[in-house]
Design a protein around this ligand. Structure first.
Ligand code: DQQ
Length: 537
C-alpha cells in the first residue's frame, strides 16, 4: 500500500513528517547552505504555514533547525508565505516574504526580516522590525490583494535595489517591480517588469546568466548577457521560463521569443512547482530548487503523515544554443553513490528488454545511460494533429505503443514480473521536412496496482541533434520519485509513483526497446544511493 514506509523517499529533501511545499530563501552563508520551506507543523495537508529551516554543507545532507519565520506580527499573523533572501553589500542577509494579514480572506502584504545575530552562521533567529513592516501593501484599485505575493531576491542596478512580486491584472499575469535605495522603504514602479496572458504569476524568479554554454553562474546583482524570467502559473501548476534581455534603465524585460511562446519552455515537464534559484558563491554556480507534491490521495497523505518533497538541487546554466537552460543534479549527490554496475555495447533488438542486475538497491539508485540508435529511417511521421503538444502525444503513444525509432529507455521501479513499471523513454519522429523530432516521456500508467493514484504521462520535446543516433538519459530513482534528465539536462521530468509490489528489494531496473530499430546501450552505469542525513528522519 502507498502508506508503506518503503515508499518514503531516501535522498530527496523532506522533513521527518507533515506537509511541505515551496522552497524559500535558499542562500549560502558563512559556509552553510540554508533552505527554508513552506511547512505545516500540524499535519500532512496544506495549512498553518510557517517557514521551516534546514542547513547543509553540501545541499544533500540536511540538519533541521527550529522554524525561522512564523506568524508573530500583525502583517503575517495568518500565515508566512513564500519569499526570498538577498545578501546585502555588508554580507548580512535580508528575507522578504508574503504575510497574510486578515483572517477572512488571504489578504497579502510583503514583509522583511533580518537575522537577530548575523554572526550566527546558522541564522536561527529572525527579527521583523515593526517600524518597517509591512514593506508593501496592495494599493486599492491597482493590486488584487488576494493575488499579490512571493517577493524575489533583490538585485542592485543604478542607484536602486529592485525586487519582483507576483500578481495578476484581469487574466494578465505579471511581476510588479518594487524599488528601494536603503532596502527598507520600498515603492512600486509604475510598470511591471513583464506580463503575459497566463493568469496569476506565483513565485517569480529573475536572474542573469553568463554567455551561452558557460557553466558558471552569476550573482543576482551582476549584469548578464541574458536574463531568465520564470513564473509559476497558478492555472497550470507548472513553472515556465523565457530567456531574454533586461533593460535596466526602463526596468523592462524582453523575451527573445515573442510573448506568444510563453508556455513553451519548462524547467521540468513533470511534477515540479514553485521553484527558486540562488547563486552559490562557493561553487560559482546557480542552483535551482523546486517542490514536487504527492500524486496519491489526501487520505493517503494523512495516513502516511507526510506530503511533499523537493527535487534534488540542480545546477543550471545557459545552453550553447542560447535558447534554453541546461540542468544537472548538483555534483554533491554523487557522494551518495555506492558501487557502480556497468553495461557496455549491448544491443537491444525490437521488442526486447534486459534487466540491469547486481544493483543493491534498484529502488534507490542513480542511472546514467548513453543510447545509440542504429538508424533513424524508421522514425514515425510527426502528425500535426498532435498540436505540438508533447504531453498529449505521450498520452496517445505511451511506452507500450510500438513505434519506429523508440519507444526505448528505462523501466524503473519495476516488479520482476513487469506487472508494475514506470517507463522513462525517448521516441523519435520526423517532421514534414524529414527532420528528427525527439520526444522524452515518463509513463507511469503501469507504475502501481494500487487504486486512487494520479498517474499522468509527462513529456517534453528534446531540442537536441540526434542525427548521429546518440542520446543520453539519467534517472534518479528514489522509492516514490523518478527524476530524469534527457540529453545532458535539456529536458527534465520528475514523476511521483507509488508501486505496490515493486518496492524495496522487489524493485528492478530494465532497459527496453519497443521500436523497430535496434538500439545500442553504448554505456550504462548504475549506482545504489546511500541515505544522507535528512533532517533527523
Ligand atoms: N505557495 C505559497 C504561496 C505561493 C504558493 C503558499 C505557490 O506564497 O504563491 O504556501 O505554491
Amino acid at each position: 500500500s502507498i502508506v508503506s514506509p518503503l515508499l518514503r523517499t531516501g535522498y530527496h529533501f523532506q522533513p521527518p513528517m507533515n506537509w511541505i511545499n515551496d522552497p524559500n530563501a535558499p542562500m549560502y552563508y558563512k559556509g552553510w547552505y540554508h533552505l527554508f520551506y513552506q511547512y505545516n507543523p500540524k499535519g500532512a495537508v496544506w495549512g498553518n504555514i510557517v517557514w521551516a529551516h534546514s542547513v547543509s554543507r553540501d545541499l544533500i545532507n540536511w540538519i533541521a533547525l527550529e522554524p525561522a519565520i512564523y506568524p508573530s506580527i500583525p502583517s503575517d499573523q495568518y500565515g508566512c508565505w513564500s519569499g526570498s533572501a538577498t545578501l546585502l553589500p555588508d554580507g548580512t542577509p535580508a528575507i522578504t516574504y508574503t504575510g497574510i494579514s486578515r483572517p477572512d480572506i488571504n489578504y497579502q502584504v510583503q514583509n522583511i526580516a533580518f537575522p537577530k545575530n548575523a554572526s550566527d552562521p546558522l541564522l536561527r533567529e529572525w527579527v521583523k522590525p515593526p517600524e518597517l513592516n509591512p514593506i508593501a501593501v496592495p494599493e486599492a484599485g491597482v493590486i488584487n490583494a488576494t493575488q499579490f505575493r512571493d517577493p524575489t531576491t533583490a538585485w542592485f542596478a543604478g542607484r536602486h535595489w529592485r525586487m519582483l512580486i507576483g500578481g495578476v491584472r484581469g487574466t494578465r499575469g505579471l511581476a510588479f517591480v518594487y524599488r528601494s535605495r536603503d532596502f527598507k522603504r520600498w515603492t512600486r514602479a509604475k510598470h511591471p517588469l513583464h506580463s503575459a496572458m497566463t493568469g496569476m504569476w506565483e513565485c517569480p524568479d529573475f536572474f542573469p546568466v553568463a554567455g551561452a554554454g558557460v557553466g558558471n553562474g552569476l550573482d543576482t546583482s551582476e549584469r548578464g548577457e541574458k536574463y531568465v524570467l520564470k513564473s509559476s502559473l497558478d492555472l497550470t501548476r507548472y513553472d515556465y521560463y523565457t530567456v531574454g534581455r533586461y533593460d535596466e534603465r526602463k526596468d523592462r524585460y524582453v523575451p527573445d521569443n515573442p510573448a506568444g511562446d510563453y508556455r513553451r519552455i519548462r524547467y521540468d515537464y513533470g511534477n515540479f512547482y514553485a521553484s527558486k534559484t540562488f547563486y552559490d558563491p562557493a561553487k560559482r554556480r546557480r542552483v535551482l530548487l523546486g517542490w514536487a507534491n504527492e500524486s496519491d490521495s489526501v487520505p493517503d497523505d494523512k495516513a502516511k503523515g507526510w506530503a511533499g518533497i523537493h527535487a534534488i538541487p540542480r545546477k543550471i546554466w545557459l545552453d550553447p544554443s542560447g535558447k534554453q537552460l541546461l540542468q544537472w543534479p548538483v555534483e554533491e549527490v554523487e557522494t551518495l553513490r555506492g558501487k557502480p554496475i556497468t553495461v557496455a555495447g549491448k544491443v537491444v533488438k525490437p521488442g526486447e528488454h534486459f534487466e540491469v542486475t547486481g544493483l543493491a538497491t534498484a529502488y534507490q539508485a542513480d542511472v546514467e545511460v548513453s543510447f545509440e540508435v542504429s538508424s533513424l529511417d524508421k522514425a514515425e511521421p510527426f502528425d500535426p494533429a498532435y498540436d505540438n503538444d508533447a504531453q498529449k502525444l505521450c498520452g496517445i503513444k505511451g511506452a507500450d505503443v510500438k513505434g519506429g525509432v523508440g519507444p526505448f529507455g528505462l523501466w524503473v521501479l519495476a516488479s520482476g514480473d513487469l506487472q508494475e513499471k514506470t517507463a522513462v523513454f525517448f521516441r523519435v519522429f520526423k517532421d514534414g521536412y524529414g527532420k528528427p523530432k525527439v520526444l522524452m516521456c515518463t509513463d507511469p500508467t503501469k507504475s502501481s496496482l494500487s487504486p486512487d493514484l494520479y498517474k499522468p504521462t509527462f513529456a517534453g520535446f528534446v531540442d537536441t541533434d540526434i542525427s548521429s543516433g546518440k542520446i543520453s538519459l539519467r534517472s534518479l530513482i528514489d522509492r516514490s520519485v523518478v527524476e530524469s534528465f534527457g540529453a545532458g539536462g535539456k529536458t527534465c521530468i520528475l514523476s511521483r509513483v507509488y508501486p505496490s509490489i515493486a518496492v524495496g528489494k522487489d524493485a528492478h531496473l530494465y532497459v527496453f526497446n519497443n521500436g523497430e530499430a535496434d538500439v545500442k546501450v553504448s554505456h550504462l552505469t548504475a549506482w545504489d544511493m546511500k541515505k544522507p542525513l535528512m533532517n533527523g528522519a
